[in-house]
Design a protein around this ligand. Structure first.
Ligand code: UN1
Length: 495
């Protein structure tokens, strides 16, 4: 068994508390992955100090040179893809095909960042005055605090980290306490790629201690957080009070609409993948299925049959379709919601309990579950469960489906299956979400397009794509007057 450390100022160091927490495999809790630092605000302060020190040289390194390092990071991610995926599945449970996809998202983000080093476009525009130049460019901001979740242990930290680094910022990363090993492997990889010491620090520990200290630290002007809407409210409030720039990516209650003219085979593949991929633990997971009444019964029947064939098990075994939940509290939450659903009158038509058998004794498994007869006002139709539970709601029309989709507090992704091009475009226009898919499930965002949601899912920012670079840099506008006279804007040119 290995004891892992924080990474601060170019060195692996133990926590000032001297305390460590255990990290275990959710498919087999007898498998201890290691012990990780249970750090304190003092460790965060040390990390911020190191990141502040490194900011000067790193922010002055030309962006193409920063991009070259990120290209090497991408190359190493390619080399280590299989090993990383195996370690990630061991740590958080989703199947290896998906952890490989998670690594691929990091690779895509790294190569995008590498090329962005030679763009980072500003604007040059005409001035309203003669012999005056007007332009904007992007500047680094400072130390960036990143707080990341367990479900995409590599993609999400790197979505934040690579754009932030490319823009010239330095970083303190606080990864979820469920995936500290992946974060350690990422740090090692950054060093192997030649990232200078002090540019990225890693501080392990609990959200309420380490995360909170990072958010409250006056030396960290930028916070990027992905997690629950409840924690996000605290993060946003604190950052607002302290005048920090903050990006919040939070919950979802994503719906897939299946219209009566849909390709039902395609929709079936889509909903199974959208609802039960990552054991339903994606912010983008399909957690509501809005089925048109004319296809409701036959589609549901086929869906139940299909879901019953899904193989539950250890994500590192090749035949597994659905892995365990990440920890006991996550499974408890699913069980609480099942009790609520039953009480409010939903019908459990698939799953609805833990699997039986010795193979499942040591992990946090729960059977892929379908709830039928759900009404839009049921709690399971409104609250994020973050587990393998799909709520099916029957709808009578496209307009009703849109109203139900839009009736929740979240607004991350949505999807419609239809062959009617007019309906598809109306859906794109009328569904209140940051992302809408046509004839594809609610998951599957690509790393070169902006990612995020509206309402209580986000706070107006987007991750990755071109917009990710806006968040992690400050716009500077510059006017050069080469007329040799005082030219008063808005006055001399309109007198
Ligand atoms: C998340 O669920 O937190 O679109 C991120 C997707 C992935 C990213 C999901 N590419 O499902």
């Amino acid at each position: 068994m290995t004891t892992f450390q924080n990474f601060i100022a170019g060195k692996w160091v133990g926590p000032t508390t001297g305390r460590y927490f255990e990290n275990r495999n959710p498919a087999d809790i007898s498998d201890l992955i290691g012990k990780f630092p249970d750090s304190s605000p003092k460790d965060v302060a040390n990390a911020v100090q190191a990141a502040s020190k490194a900011f000067g040289p790193w922010s002055r390194t030309p962006a193409p040179a920063r991009g070259d390092i990120l290209r090497r990071v991408g190359d190493l991610l390619v080399e280590r893809k299989d090993a990383l995926a195996d370690a990630m599945t061991r740590e958080m449970g989703k199947v290896v095909a998906e952890t490989k996809g998670d690594v691929q998202e990091a690779i895509d983000t790294a190569y995008y960042a590498a090329s962005e080093g030679r763009r980072l476009f500003g604007h040059t525009v005409p001035s309203e005055l003669r012999q005056k130049w007007a332009m904007s460019y992007r500047r680094p901001i400072g130390v960036v605090g990143l707080i990341t979740p367990f479900n995409f242990p590599l993609a999400i930290p790197t979505w934040k980290m690579f754009p932030a680094l490319l823009c010239g910022n330095t970083i303190v990363l606080k990864p979820s306490e469920d995936v500290p090993h992946t974060a350690t492997l990422l740090l090692q990889l950054l060093l192997d790629a030649g990232l200078p010491p002090g540019v990225v620090q890693l501080v392990h520990g609990r959200g309420e201690t380490v995360g909170k200290a990072l958010v409250e630290h006056p030396g960290v002007p930028v916070i990027s957080f992905t997690g629950s809407t409840t924690t996000g409210a605290f993060v946003g409030e604190t950052c607002g009070r302290m005048h920090k720039r903050v990006s919040l990516e939070m919950g979802g209650k994503n719906a897939m609409i299946v219209m009566d003219d849909a390709d039902l085979d395609l929709a079936l593949d889509g909903v199974v993948w959208g609802a039960f991929g990552t054991t339903g633990q994606r912010c983008t997971a399909t957690s509501r299925l809005l089925l048109h009444k004319r296809v409701h019964d036959r589609f549901l029947e086929r869906l139940v049959k299909r879901v019953e064939t899904l193989v539950l098990g250890d994500g590192r075994k090749p035949k597994t379709d659905v892995g365990p939940l990440v920890h006991e509290a996550a499974r408890d939450k699913v069980e609480r919601y099942l009790a609520i659903a039953r009480k409010q009158g939903a019908e459990v038509v698939a799953g609805g309990g833990r699997p039986s058998g010795k193979a499942f004794d040591k992990g946090w498994f729960y059977r892929p579950t379908i709830l039928a007869g759900v009404s839009p006002d049921h709690r399971v139709a409104n609250e994020e469960i973050f587990g393998p539970v799909l709520s099916v709601i029957e709808v009578g029309s496209f307009d009703e489906a849109v109203a139900i989709n839009n009736g929740v507090r979240y607004g991350l992704s949505s999807s419609i299956y239809t062959r009617d091009v007019n309906l598809a475009f109306r859906a794109i226009q009328e569904l209140d979400n940051g992302i809408t898919y046509v004839n594809a499930p609610t998951i599957g965002a690509e790393a070169h397009l902006p990612f995020g949601g509206i309402k209580e899912t986000g706070n107006g920012h987007r991750e990755v794509g071109w917009e990710g670079y806006h968040f992690f840099s400050e716009t500077k506008v510059c006017y050069v007057d080469y007329s040799g006279t005082l030219q008063r804007a808005q006055i001399d040119n309109y007198d």
